[in-house]
Design a protein around this ligand. Structure first.
Ligand SMILES: Cc1ncc(COP(=O)(O)O)c(C=O)c1O
Length: 392
């Protein structure tokens, strides 16, 4: 069973719009990840930025070693709901972030030596006061691109993510036990192998001093054609050569093809001359699947083909006012009608979390300025519970 082509539930039983995650498909992915762990002894973290439906964390935690987080909200969710290791990284931390993360995280990864200088001892002190063990790492930039879209390439020229070898201060590694990088996006093990070779060349003098090295995410391990054996060989070789613990922190591979967005048809409009019929659904692309517009990509709908491939071609759009609230052109065997269900596939990854707050970033507060009193009124601010309660 591959959730890309079919679903095992009757979509008519779904009150739409709804995300539906298939627990069995998650378990299928977990079995593959468990095999990698067993064969290599590596640790695997779930990237919460991709999938953070904490209702299923108990199932995930049977196999995965913990979570990687990008914000205090994600780290708290990981600490409270996942209950295993919590690794936190952000392009930059603020003082308030550190006060939280020092207690909710087990590993704090800095993106620059300036951030390390500014926050390492503060974080260690806070953790120490509570008897909490905290390790520190540095994110490096391998300066090795594997052809991903520049929007998703942390090694693109001018990137703000990771420390390049020429900026790396080898004499400032006090208290640092790990290196971390992330440069892949939906890629196979050959891309990882080439990256590892570059890192081994540049950071050879640093690696023996580390306890762990985190290869980041972007490994499409659970995709049918992914070369799992090659991944196993790379991880084993690296651990043996450098005496380190390897971590992987995939997001997509954990919930790949394991979830759907189910919508209903609300209206079928008359076709304009020379264009496809517009079908309006009770979902919205920017509101419910913002990654479709950001990537951008055309999500697959079960039972559909490419435009013109089947008898009825239509343009499927959302109910919002945005002219571009359109998923794409699709062809079906029969004309769609009101109340038909549309089942979009692969909607567990980077979808639910994106319509919430991507990376768990703090939502801006809403304020009102009263010029007559020169007063700023806080109308509403959003806290951890607001973040958490939209995820499960
Ligand atoms: C630092 C880091 N780790 C892990 C991931 C997860 O990547 P993926 O979901 O592609 O496996 C990302 C994705 O952007 C990332 O930036």
């Amino acid at each position: 069973m591959n959730g890309r082509f079919a679903c095992r539930f009757d979509p008519r039983r779904v009150t739409t719009p709804a995300y539906v995650v298939d627990k069995g498909l998650l378990q299928h992915n977990l079995a593959i990840l468990a095999r990698v762990k067993e064969a290599t002894g590596c640790k695997i973290l779930l990237a919460l930025k991709c999938f953070a439906m904490f209702r299923v964390f108990p199932i995930l935690a049977e196999v995965l070693d913990g979570v990687c987080c990008s914000s205090p909200h994600e780290a708290r969710l990981g600490r409270e709901e996942f209950g295993r290791e919590v690794h936190s990284f952000a392009a930059a931390f603020s003082e308030t972030d550190i006060a939280d993360l020092a207690l909710t995280s087990d590993h704090l990864v800095f993106n620059s030596f300036a951030q390390k200088r500014r926050f390492q001892s503060q974080a260690a002190e806070i953790a120490g006061q509570f008897g909490h063990r905290l390790e520190f790492g540095l994110r490096i930039n391998p300066e090795h691109s594997e052809g991903a879209n520049p929007l998703y390439d942390p090694c693109a020229p001018g990137s703000r993510l990771g420390i390049r070898w020429q900026d790396f201060l080898a004499d400032q590694l006090d208290g640092i036990s790990g290196l971390h990088w992330h440069n892949l996006c939906e890629q196979d093990a050959d891309c990882l192998e080439r990256t590892v070779t570059v890192v081994e060349q540049n950071f050879a003098s640093i690696l023996p001093h580390m306890r762990y090295v985190n290869f980041g995410g972007g490994h499409h391990i659970t995709r049918e054609d992914y070369d799992v054996e090659r991944l196993i060989t790379i991880v084993k070789r690296f651990q043996d050569r450098w005496g380190v613990q390897v971590y992987l922190e995939p997001g997509e591979a954990v919930a790949l093809n394991a979830g759907y967005l189910v919508a209903s048809v609300l209206d079928v409009q008359p076709a304009h001359p020379g264009t496809a019929t517009n079908v309006i659904m009770d979902a919205s692309v920017p509101a419910h699947m913002p990654d479709v517009l950001e990537m951008p990509y055309r999500p697959h709908i079960i039972g559909s083909g490419e435009s013109g491939e089947k008898a009825f071609t239509c343009r499927i759009g959302g109910l919002s006012c945005l002219a571009g609230d359109v998923a794409g052109e699709y062809a079906f065997n029969q004309p769609l009608k009101v109340d038909d269900r549309l089942v979009f596939t692969d909607m567990a990854i980077y979808t639910m979390v994106k319509n919430n707050t991507f990376n768990g970033v703090q939502l801006p507060a809403i304020m009102l300025f009263h010029p007559e009193k020169d007063e700023l009124e806080l109308v509403r601010s959003f806290d951890y519970q607001d973040f958490r309660n939209r995820l499960s």
